[in-house]
Design a protein around this ligand. Sequence first.
Ligand SMILES: *[C@@H]1O[C@H](CO)[C@@H](O)[C@H](O)[C@H]1NC(C)=O
Ligand SMILES: *[C@@H]1O[C@H](CO)[C@@H](O)[C@H](O)[C@H]1NC(C)=O
Ligand SMILES: *[C@@H]1O[C@H](CO)[C@@H](O)[C@H](O)[C@H]1NC(C)=O
Ligand SMILES: CC(=O)N[C@H]1CO[C@H](CO)[C@@H](O)[C@@H]1O
Length: 352
Amino acid sequence: MEMELLLLLTICLLMFSGKTFGNETGHVKITIKEDEDVILPCSLKTLHEDDKSNFDWKMDDKDVLLYESGTVNPSTQHDQFRGRVSHFRNGAISENASIKIIKAKVSDSGQYTCIDINQSPPENLNQVVLTVEYILKNRAGEETAGAYAKPSVRTVNETHDWALLMCKVLDASPKPTVVWYDSAGNKVSDKEPQVIQKQNHYDVILETTVTKTDHYTCVATQEELHHQANETTYQHFGGVIITVSIVDHTDDWALLRCIVRSGLPKTTVVWHNSAGNKVSVKEPDIIEKGGSYNLILETKVTKTDRYSCIATQENSNHQDIETTFVYVRGKGISVTPSLVLIGITLGVLTGV
Ligand SMILES: *[C@@H]1O[C@H](CO)[C@@H](O)[C@H](O)[C@H]1NC(C)=O
Ligand SMILES: *[C@@H]1O[C@H](CO)[C@@H](O)[C@H](O)[C@H]1NC(C)=O
Ligand SMILES: *[C@@H]1O[C@H](CO)[C@@H](O)[C@H](O)[C@H]1NC(C)=O
Ligand SMILES: CC(=O)N[C@H]1CO[C@H](CO)[C@@H](O)[C@@H]1O
């Protein structure tokens, strides 16, 4: 998989124009000046006729160009790209899903992803980090190229009581200052930034450890350009909230529902019977809601027993359990929802 991607990137790199540098795994980097045209390269996994081609390009979360059965779908395209992005027709058959952005603007800088929607599920192919440089004039009227800083944030590691947040600002020029703030505006950076210089461009990576549920914002500032940009992430701590209920029953079975509200999407949810055997057969459905997650797991049971819904957060040695008693009489069913919330810390469970 990794090798395939590298091969694809290598092929792509050989095929397009524009100044490129860097080779961060999975990324092609292209740097151009404002008002230049740029081709973002992409090859689909399979050859196809132009008319039957399906692919999608996204920049961060904006839709750049959705190509469906030989036509551009205008309904999803973000206004920023309307009338400025074209694709290539390469005759009858090709795998070319490259696009061209005409007269690139500084605001077009960002991370682009080419998605092969012929595959099911759709597969992200290469990512292109595009930097559109801004032309600065100094007092002597000399031009130098600047590139706006654009922070991107993510949680690199977390447990039940701490999280390591990372803010990455790539290819900025001049060098930005990067700071993490909490929602009250307090600086929360507890480490020095890591700065990598390549010619006159800078990558700045700033990590910080946080321990409280809050919105955290990474702010990148370039005084010389009077430019400031930020990105925010929500970090949730504390266990989970479990609600169990019986949503339906007949004479012979009961349908149990467990809803787990968690700060982490990677929370496993299972139903067990009193003997400790797993009785649920599916994975929970996950619904995101303002930075937290509702995981919903339903299971059908046919025997009188005590059933427990068990939630375990990844990277955490903590489990939460809620139990309900179901009585199946054969003819008619009676239910005592005696809900017991037990938080158990299992030191040996995950061993991470
Ligand atoms: C796609 O086609 C265009 C125009 O023919 C060409 O410039 C570009 O290199 C091709 N890219 C790929 C990845 O095949
Ligand atoms: C996350 O932190 C734990 C505890 O410090 C460590 O053992 C683990 O290797 C870290 N995981 C990653 C992906 O860095
Ligand atoms: C982040 O950027 C937005 C939009 O530019 C701005 O309204 C907000 O005040 C900024 N937040 C911080 C903490 O700088
Ligand atoms: C991100 C980056 O530049 N990675 C590597 C690209 O390739 C050179 C030479 O092989 C390495 O020195 C970089 O670390």
